[in-house]
Design a protein around this ligand. Structure first.
Ligand code: ADP
Ligand code: MG
Length: 376
């Protein structure tokens, strides 16, 4: 004989409150994933788990986590998971619940959104924009913030590789659940194309892709959203500014004078789009060699020059947030899919990126710094 309601079943439910769905990042008990629970006299428990979709890539992880949690409940000797799939009605209810909890259409453009949105921009490619984006994201997540990344460099996507993500996003009908790596919810066009296939899209398609990332991807209530923009001031940068009018730019530059000129143009994008420039990040800066000498492969001082010139041009203080030195460890970590800021936090580049992240984290979330609409 088995029961369906008893103190031991309550204890199991409390244990299951601690099991977080790996994609939705919510307790499985709160999103309708736990069905009936029974326990026989010998303490053998059976827990019914309802997956969101049949082909859930996380099923073995969920089974493992549920089993482990259930046997931790007092009075349980063994636990089995009875796997089911949500009915269309249950799935619709879940989607409704997610939308109400911040999953509405382009939630970041809502006036009451508390998510800080940073678009990482540069005048030209290869200055380390993507590396900076993923490292800041991972460092912010490690500091306890809820973080999302949108790889908006549709043609030159590189975020999945840098974060070591091979998982495909799960679809809940039109809702897309982003893979999570290093605690960061991440979406990239690279997750939808096979292998290294090129994405040969033009303006309107690019706009639509970015729009879909913002509308259909479930990020939940995140503190920070980082967008890795393509280099320059093209269509996507403008689309992002239109779709996310409160996004602020983080301008990445190398220390070179020529690069600084180009970075400045990227910053000037903000005049056109009326975006705020949150700060400048110098990358590939002076590197201290083992003998103590300093190698300035790409010169020095460019970050400060860009920050000063942008401050003047925009009439508002644009700070230099930091200089990330050239560091082979950063490149290696990127190739390994393990961002240096979390895989090698004490390294020169790792620690520089972490302190920039700490500075951004200190700005917190909220509406501060945002221009409020004037009422007449
Ligand atoms: N501080 C750094 N030290 C060493 N290598 C770096 C540094 N920043 C970036 N790189 C390397 O430079 C290349 C370009 O960086 P990436 O982040 O892809 O630039 P972008 O997104 O601006 O095109 C990558 O191979 C990356 O590993
Ligand atoms: Mg890039």
């Amino acid at each position: 004989m088995s029961e369906t309601s008893s103190p031991v079943i309550d204890r199991i439910r409390r244990r299951l409150d601690e099991v977080i769905d790996p994609e939705l990042r919510l307790p499985i008990t709160q999103i309708g994933m736990v069905g009936d629970i029974s326990v026989d006299e010998g303490g053998a428990a059976e827990v019914q788990v309802k997956l969101t979709i049949e082909a859930c890539p996380m099923r073995s992880r969920i089974v493992q986590d549920v089993t482990a949690a259930a046997v931790r409940a007092e009075g349980v000797t063994t636990a089995e998971v009875d796997l089911h799939v949500m009915s269309p009605e249950e799935r619709a209810a879940l989607k409704e619940q997610l939308r109400a909890g911040g999953g509405k259409t382009n939630p970041f453009s809502q006036p009451d959104s508390l998510t800080k949105v940073y678009a990482v921009a540069s005048g030209k490619g290869g200055v380390g924009k993507s590396s900076v984006t993923v490292n800041l994201a991972c460092a912010l997540a490690e500091q306890g913030l809820k973080v999302g990344v949108v790889d908006a460099d549709v043609h030159g996507f590189s975020v999945p590789g840098l974060m070591g993500i091979t998982a495909k996003p799960t679809r809940l009908d039109e809702m897309i659940l982003p893979p999570v790596a290093y605690g960061v919810k991440t979406i990239s066009i690279g997750m939808f194309v096979d292998g290294n296939q090129a994405v040969a899209w033009r303006g309107p398609m690019l706009h639509r892709a970015v729009e879909q990332f913002l509308n259909d991807v479930y990020f939940g209530d995140i503190d920070v959203l980082l967008l890795d923009l393509p280099p320059g001031t093209g269509d996507i940068a403008i689309s992002v500014a239109q779709l996310l009018p409160d996004s602020e730019l983080l301008v990445v530059t190398t220390p070179q004078a020529a690069a600084a000129d180009i970075a400045e143009r990227a910053g000037a994008l903000s005049t056109q789009t009326e975006q705020k420039v949150a700060g400048v990040i110098e990358n590939m800066g002076p590197m201290t060699m083992p003998d103590g000498s300093v190698l300035e492969l790409f010169g020095s001082g460019g970050g400060q020059v860009v920050a000063d010139r942008l401050s003047k041009q925009l009439g508002a203080e644009v700070p230099l947030l930091g200089s990330v030195p050239l560091d082979t460890g950063l490149r290696q970590a990127g190739d390994d899919g393990a961002p240096v800021a979390v895989s090698s936090p004490g390294s020169p580049a790792g620690s520089a990126l972490r302190s920039i992240a700490a500075e951004l984290a200190a700005r917190g979330r909220g509406l501060s710094g945002r221009s409020l609409p004037l009422s007449v």
